[in-house]
Ligand binder design. Structure first.
Ligand SMILES: Cc1cc2nc3c(=O)[nH]c(=O)nc-3n(C[C@H](O)[C@H](O)[C@H](O)COP(=O)(O)OP(=O)(O)OC[C@H]3O[C@@H](n4cnc5c(N)ncnc54)[C@H](O)[C@@H]3O)c2cc1C
Length: 569
C-alpha cells in the first residue's frame, strides 16, 4: 500500500536553489554542457522509472524473497524484467565515461538516482548498487586485456558485479582474509577460498556476473598489505562456467530480495587487477562514492518511511488535539497532536538537511575528479572528513527515525499493510555494511582528525563558518575547542579517541546538519506561502528537537577527556 513517490520537486530544489549545482558544473570543463534543464529532465525521467517500474515490486520482493536451489538463485517475480529495462534504458551508465559507452553526466545525478531507487525498493537496488564501483575499479586498475572484455559490459550494466571481501573470520578486519590465489604458467591465478555475505553473488538478473575478489598470494605478508585484487566471472568469454559456486543464501532480518551469498572459489581461474599487494588500494578508489551511496540509501529510506507516516497522520483520527494548528484540518487528526508532529517534523528535518549534505559531498566527489589546485584539495578534504559522518548518521537515522515513523502509525505500523515495518527491517543493515558505523567513527577521529593535529578539520570548520551567520557559529567554535581537548587528552590516554569516536562523529554531524539548514534558509529568504508551509515546521524541529543533542555529545566527550588515564584501563 502507498508506494514511495520520488520527491522530484524537493530534489531539484536542493540541487538548484540550495546548492546551485548547474553553476558548479559550469566551472568544470567536463560538465560545462550540463544545465538546469538537462538536470531536471534526467531526474524527472528517473523518477518515472522508479515510481512505475521499481517501487511496485518492493512488497513482493520482501514476501517472496530471493530463492536458492542447487546453487542457482531465482530473483522475485518482476525483478529480472525491471533490471533488463533499467540497463537497456542506460541508467547504470549515467555517469560512466563516454569512451566506455557511458553518458558522462555528473556523478551526483547517479547518486540522486540511487537515492530514489533505494527508497522505492532497497532489495532490488542492491543488485546494481555495486556496479559503478566495480566499473571504476576495472577502469583504473585492470589490464587492457581485462578492460576489453569486461569494462563496457560493467559500465552499461549488461553484466552485474560483486565485491567479494568478507570471510567468516574477516569482517571489519580485512587483513585476516585467507582466500588464496596461486599464479599459473599462463598468467592467470587459481583462486580458492570462501567468502560470505556477498550481495548478488548469484542471481538470474543478467547473463553473467563479474566478481572482484580480495585474496592473498602465497608469498604475501600477513595483514592488509598482503592483499591483492582478482577478477573472476561466472562465465568466461568462451562461454565456459567458472569454479565459483553459491553454496547458500542467508536468511535475514530484512532485504529479503537481495541474495546475500556464501561463495566458494574452487581453484577458479582469475586475473590480477592492479598490482600485487595493492588490492585494498584498488578497492579504495571507490570507497568514498560507495559510502556516500549507502548514506543516500539512508536518506531515501527515511524519506520513504516519512511519506507513509505523513500520509497516515493525515487520515487517522483519534481524540482532539489540545491546541489546534492553524489551517482547516480537523482537530482530531493525529497530525494535529504535538507528539505526532514532533516525530514527523524531526524526521523531515533530518531528511532535508542530510540530503543537502549528501548532494554537497557528491558535488565535491565530482570536483575531485575534474578540478585542479586548491578547489581539488578542498574537495578532497571535505570528502575525507564528511563521508564517514554521512554514512554513519544517515544510516543511523534511517533505522531509528524510520522506527519513529512506524510509531506514527501505532499498531498499523507494526503490521505489514503500510510497509513501514519493511523499511525499518531493510534499513538496519546499512549501519553494518560498507564499514560498520563504529568503524566510520574511528576512521573520522583516529585516522583523519587527530593525525594532523586537527588541521584539516580546522580548515573544514573555517569553510562552514564562512557560510554561517555570525550568531550560528558558536557550535562550530565549540567543536574546534573540543577537538583540541581530545588531542590533548589523547596524548595521555591512547584509548580515549576510541571511546569518544561515536560521540565526536555525531557532534560533527550535527554541526554539518545545522550548516545544511542555513543553506536551505538562505535559499528560502523570501518564501512563498507554500514554501513556508513546507519548510517552516522542519526548520523549527531542527532547533527544538535535533540540535540539542550536540550539547549532550560535547558533555560526554568533555567528561571522558577529564577521566584519569588509569581508570580507563
Ligand atoms: C546484508 C549484507 C550484505 C553484505 N554485502 C557484502 C558484500 O557484498 N561484500 C562483502 O564483502 N561484504 C558484504 N557484507 C559484509 C559486511 O561488510 C560486514 O558484515 C561488515 O563489514 C562487518 O563485518 P562483520 O559482520 O564480520 O562484523 P565484525 O567486524 O565482527 O564486527 C562486530 C562488531 O564489532 C565492532 N568492531 C569490529 N572491529 C572494530 C574496531 N576495530 N573498533 C570498534 N568496533 C569494532 C563492529 O562495529 C561491530 O559492531 C554484507 C553484510 C550484510 C549483512
Amino acid at each position: 500500500m502507498n508506494h514511495y513517490q520520488a520527491p522530484v520537486d524537493d530534489l531539484l530544489f536542493v540541487l538548484q536553489q540550495v546548492l546551485d549545482a548547474p553553476a558548479q558544473w559550469q566551472a568544470l570543463p567536463a560538465y560545462a554542457q550540463v544545465d538546469a534543464g538537462l538536470m531536471a529532465q534526467v531526474l524527472q525521467e528517473a523518477a518515472k522509472f522508479v515510481d512505475e517500474v521499481v517501487a511496485p515490486l518492493s512488497r513482493t520482493g520482501d514476501e517472496v524473497g530471493a530463492q536458492w536451489h542447487q546453487g542457482a538463485v531465482t530473483m522475485p517475480p518482476g525483478f529480472k524484467e525491471a533490471y533488463q529495462a533499467f540497463w537497456q534504458a542506460g541508467w547504470p551508465s549515467l555517469s560512466a565515461a563516454p569512451e566506455d559507452g557511458g553518458q558522462g553526466l555528473p556523478a551526483v545525478l547517479a547518486q540522486v538516482l540511487y537515492e530514489m531507487l533505494s527508497a522505492a525498493n532497497h532489495g532490488w537496488t542492491m543488485a546494481p548498487g555495486l556496479l559503478h564501483g566495480a566499473y571504476e575499479c576495472i577502469k583504473h586498475h585492470a589490464s587492457d586485456a581485462l578492460q576489453s572484455q569486461y569494462l563496457r559490459k560493467v559500465a552499461s550494466g549488461e553484466w552485474l558485479a560483486t565485491m567479494c571481501l568478507t570471510e567468516p573470520h574477516a569482517g571489519s578486519d580485512l587483513g585476516l582474509v585467507r582466500t588464496k590465489a596461486v599464479a599459473q604458467p599462463d598468467g592467470s591465478f587459481a583462486l580458492s577460498g570462501t567468502k560470505i555475505f556477498i550481495s548478488g553473488g548469484e542471481h538470474d538478473l543478467t547473463d553473467n556476473i563479474v566478481h572482484l575478489v580480495l585474496a592473498r598470494l602465497p608469498d604475501a605478508p600477513a595483514g592488509p598489505k598482503g592483499l591483492s585484487l582478482f577478477l573472476v566471472p561466472k562465465f568466461y568469454p568462451d562461454g565456459s562456467r567458472s569454479e565459483v559456486h553459491c553454496e547458500r543464501i542467508e536468511e535475514k532480518m530484512g532485504l529479503h530480495a537481495s541474495p546475500t551469498c556464501v561463495m566458494r572459489f574452487d581453484q577458479a581461474v582469475s586475473w590480477l587487477v592492479g598490482e600485487p599487494g595493492k588490492g585494498l588500494a584498488a578497492m579504495f578508489v571507490m570507497m568514498n562514492a560507495a559510502r556516500l551511496h549507502v548514506a543516500l540509501q539512508g536518506v531515501g529510506l527515511l524519506d520513504a518511511a516519512w511519506q507513509k507516516a505523513h500520509a497516515y497522520a493525515h487520515e487517522r483520527r483519534q481524540m482532539r488535539a489540545p491546541v489546534r494548528q492553524a489551517g482547516t484540518e480537523p482537530a482530531d487528526l493525529i497530525a494535529q497532536h504535538p507528539a505526532v508532529r514532533r516525530m514527523l517534523d524531526t524526521q523531515r528535518a533530518w531528511v532535508d538537511g542530510a540530503r543537502v549534505l549528501a548532494y554537497t559531498t557528491a558535488l565535491e566527489l565530482d570536483r575531485i575528479q575534474h578540478a585542479q589546485g586548491p578547489a581539488k584539495e578542498a574537495a578532497q578534504r571535505w570528502c575525507a572528513l564528511v563521508t564517514p559522518v554521512m554514512k554513519a548518521v544517515c544510516t543511523h537515522q534511517a533505522f531509528h527515525g524510520g522506527s519513529d515513523c512506524l510509531q506514527v502509525l501505532g499498531g498499523h505500523g507494526y503490521v505489514r499493510e503500510w510497509g513501514v515495518e519493511q523499511i525499518v527491517r531493510d534499513a538496519r543493515v546499512a549501519m553494518i555494511y560498507e564499514g560498520t558505523n563504529e568503524i566510520q567513527a574511528i576512521d573520522l577521529l583516529v585516522r583523519k582528525v587527530l593525525p594532523d593535529g586537527g588541521m584539516a578539520l580546522g580548515a573544514l570548520l573555517d569553510g562552514l563558518l564562512h557560510d554561517l551567520p555570525q550568531a550560528a557559529g558558536a557550535r562550530v567554535e565549540q567543536l574546534r575547542a573540543l577537538t583540541h581537548s581530545v588531542l590533548k587528552a589523547a596524548a595521555q590516554d591512547a584509548t580515549l579517541p576510541y571511546r569518544v569516536a561515536d560521540d565526536y562523529l555525531r557532534a560533527l554531524g550535527l554541526v554539518l546538519l545545522d550548516w545544511a539548514w542555513w543553506r536551505i534558509r538562505r535559499a528560502l529568504h523570501n518564501p512563498s506561502p507554500e514554501q513556508a508551509q513546507r519548510w517552516l515546521a522542519p526548520a523549527q524541529a531542527l532547533d527544538q528537537w535535533v540540535l540539542p543533542e550536540f550539547e549532550m555529545r560535547c558533555a560526554i566527550i568533555t567528561q571522558q577527556c577529564a577521566r584519569p588515564a588509569s581508570v580507563s584501563v
